[in-house]
Design a binder for this molecule. Structure first.
Ligand code: IVH
Length: 749
């Protein structure tokens, strides 16, 4: 393949075909080398494949594949960096797209703080690079780390030391100071680098962000040194003393200490001023000379930032207002249906490859059948009701790093004879009926555990990074084991019997089979062994139940502490869960009937009647209430959890899994706080903080906040007007204090 035609003689079609072949060959070589530890080709041949790929890409940049091998170097190299645990987690930002969302953000901030007064914000460009945390001790740079997953990053100190914008020493800084900001590459430097790379047969980067990431994450720091990286400081982590009292002053202090800070950082007195600054920055975007993808708004007063605190992964005091995504037109060649872990049938657009914002896109999501038909979830027209047909010219966009989407269709270019797309009513993978529940925009395969697509997706989710994170067991291996006759893995429990089953088969060992080797198998068994001890939150998340994400899993784990306690509570709550569903259905029927009869719907009565008919035991109602009081755990999630555990096959499958595991309770947070581990209930009106703030603060200190008083409650914080909860507390002998006593207890008085 490498000794094929000379590159300047390739036609575009030949080049495209060859890039596809090269991508497959390089992926296979990578897998043999990294995953299986069994290289199949020599290093020189491997380099030749990569070089030819880069050269073809340099001549036909428009053909660069979204899975281009030239993009994948960094990931493999990253294994070589040491890990760094961030003393203060590195978070991301929640996003806003529409102008209204900015006012909503301001509204949320003020309602959390319980104030009508205007709030001052800082607005600054959102730099499109990668974040870096720099630690200075005694004014000397001692460590630089990438964000990683926010808790563990890569140690890139040597590389950071080569970046001119990053001072090695700072005078007059706090004894310990972590400065955070963005590493990026300017447009001019990016173009020059790519020209040099192409001339030297090296890797050509898709955009400045990838070039910055690839350059910083080089194991050989001399390569980083030769790359023109820059750095803007905009935040901080651990500090032995505060930098200033406000965001704006802290940025000024960082500048005075010798860091580059963005000159477009301004103070704004409210949402209108933020929007005005957004417009100004948007107008300057093309001439800034570096990529930005939005404007970040942050509450200026750092004491207010501290009160607002964080959600699971994002601060409440900041938001990123993103610029509209980039768009491109291309032809829709086919619509494929993918079946996900929860059985959802997702339509995927197969597109004639097109460059959107520097990346070649050939797949995009079409969301669901209504979206294709030109309707939203309430049946109202979207795109003026235009449907999407195979053969159409469609508009594609990318918003951030997410999967590209199809936004619009050009009716003028619709080919003659194009027919409306008929969404399948059967699962393309297992043939089971695919149905839509009332109110759900998604059609789902009803095959459950018998659907191979669902089973594979569940397994892939199970071993994924935020779940069991089993090294050496990715999608490819899961698909292989799932279809394997000798060592089948059909459900999570099977993973933990793999090694024993392999040992019990004296004839055909996995290590002797194609694609495996002594070392890769030993490593795989070790990686699986390591995960027999697993934190409860990961187990809950790994089960892949609908609606149960990482945050909810953590919340459930913190609240129930053991799998057995969670399962028992969910079982106990089952009658109340069913009553909740019955009430929802009764409500829907009542609304429909009322509409038909032209009268007002009596929703509450209908719900109450449905619940009464089921005579839910008090203990079940209490268990249900407890279940749905968790942060982010609403009735929809609780019902999904309840349905899963009430399904005998699912339950048996989970039991088989748990039998192989030692499930670890969550690490107690903030153990030194006087309220860590206590279950606290707030009632009545609080005067110094809102209920939301009180709850967030208590949780940050390691307390559990419950919605109702039970025998398990340790403390009731009662403001004026406390009613039945105070009576419950008295009856149960639960300690009661007022708001001031609470603040004194937690040291906030
Ligand atoms: S503040 C706790 N400010 O955007 C808040 N982030 O989407 C920490 N970013 O991970 C981030 N410009 O890599 C902040 N002016 C700016 C930024 C910025 C770019 C990046 C950063 C962050 C990501 C979140």
């Amino acid at each position: 393949m490498t000794d094929g035609k000379s590159i300047d003689q390739l036609s575009e079609a030949e080049a495209q075909a060859e890039l596809a072949r090269l991508a497959a060959a390089i992926a296979e070589a990578n897998r043999a080398y990294h995953t299986l530890d069994a290289p199949e080709i020599s290093d020189a041949d491997y380099d030749a494949l990569k070089r030819r790929n880069a050269e073809i890409e340099a001549r036909f940049p428009q053909l660069k594949r979204s899975d281009s091998p030239s993009e994948q170097v960094g990931a493999a190299a990253a294994d070589g960096f040491g890990q760094v645990r961030h003393e203060v987690r590195m978070l991301s930002l929640s996003n806003a797209f529409a102008d209204e969302e900015v006012a909503e953000f301001d509204g949320r901030v003020r309602s959390f703080l319980g104030t009508d007064a205007p709030i001052a914000y800082v607005a600054e460009p959102k730099i499109d690079g990668l974040s870096l945390s720099l630690r200075y001790e005694g004014g000397v740079l001692v460590q630089a780390a990438t964000r990683g997953d926010g808790e563990l990053g890569e140690n890139v100190t040597e590389n950071a030391l080569t970046i001119a914008d990053i001072p090695r020493r700072v005078a007059g800084a706090p004894a310990v100071m972590e400065v955070r900001g963005e590493v990026y590459m300017s447009h001019a430097d990016f173009a020059a680098l790519n020209a040099r790379q192409a001339a030297g047969g090296g890797k050509v980067f898709a955009n400045p962000r990838n070039a910055a990431a690839g350059s910083l994450r080089q194991l050989d720091a001399t390569i980083t040194a030769a790359r023109p990286l820059r750095f803007f400081a905009y935040a901080w982590g651990a500090l032995s003393e505060p930098l200033a009292a406000s965001q704006f002053a802290a940025i000024a202090r960082l500048k005075a200490l010798g860091f580059q800070t963005n000159p477009l950082t301004v103070l704004c007195d409210g949402p209108a001023a933020l929007l005005a600054q957004y417009r100004r920055i948007e107008a300057m975007r093309a001439t800034l000379g570096y990529d930005i993808d939005g404007v970040v708004y942050k509450v200026d007063d750092l004491s207010l930032q501290a009160r607002l605190g964080f959600r699971a992964t994002t601060p409440r005091w900041a938001i990123a207002h993103k610029f509209p995504a980039e768009l491109a037109w291309t032809r829709l060649e086919a619509i494929d249906i993918q079946v996900g872990r929860t059985g959802a049938l997702s339509p995927v657009a197969r597109l004639a490859p097109v460059t959107v914002g520097g990346v070649v896109v050939s797949n995009a999501t079409l969301h669901n059948e209504d979206y294709i038909a030109g309707r939203d979830s309430r049946g109202e027209a979207i795109r003026d009701g235009k449907d999407i047909r195979v053969g159409d010219w469609v508009q594609v966009y990318r918003a951030g790093d997410v999967i590209p989407k199809v936004a619009d269709v050009d009716m003028a270019r619709r080919p003659e004879g194009a027919v409306p797309y008929v969404f399948p009513h059967r699962c393309p993978e297992c043939g089971s009926d695919a149905v839509r529940e009332e109110g759900d925009s998604v059609r789902r395969c009803t095959g459950g555990l018998i659907c191979p697509a669902q089973a594979v997706e569940r397994l892939v989710h199970f071993v994924s990074r935020a779940a069991f994170d089993i090294e050496g067991l990715g999608r490819k291996q899961v698909e292989m084991f799932f279809a394997d006759d000798l060592l089948p893995v059909k459900e999570p429990a099977d993973i933990f019997t793999l090694a024993a089953r392999d040992a019990a088969n004296p004839l055909q060992k996995l290590r002797n089979r194609d694609g495996f080797g002594e070392k890769s198998v030993t490593n795989l068994w070790a990686a699986i062994e390591e995960r027999r001890r697993i934190p409860l939150a990961r187990l809950i998340f790994a089960l892949g139940m609908r609606h149960v994400g990482e945050v909810a899993a953590q919340d459930l784990a913190r609240h129930y502490q053991t799998w057995e306690a969670l399962a028992a509570a969910v079982d106990l709550a089952r009658p109340a869960a069913l009553a909740h569903r019955a009430a929802d259905e009764a409500e829907m029927e009542e609304r429909a009937a009322a509409q038909a009869e032209g009268r007002r719907a009596r929703v509450k009565e209908a719900r109450d009647r449905a619940v009464e008919a089921l005579a839910v035991p008090e203990a079940a109602a209490a268990a249900w209430q407890e279940l749905i009081t968790g942060d982010g755990i609403g009735p929809v999630l609780a019902l999904s959890l309840s349905d899963t555990l009430a399904n005998p096959e699912e339950r048996a499958s989970i039991a088989r899994l748990v039998a192989h595991l030692e499930v670890l309770p969550p690490e107690a947070r903030a153990t030194e706080s006087p309220v860590a581990g206590l279950t606290v209930v707030f009632t009545g009106s609080l005067e110094k903080m809102t209920r939301a703030e009180a709850k967030a603060r208590a949780e940050a200190l390691g307390a559990k906040v419950a919605g109702s008083v039970s025998a398990k409650t340790d403390l009731l914080v009662a403001g004026p007007g406390a009613g039945s909860k105070a009576k419950d507390a008295e009856r149960l002998g639960v300690k009661m204090i007022d708001e001031d006593e609470w603040l004194a207890l937690i040291g906030d008085a």
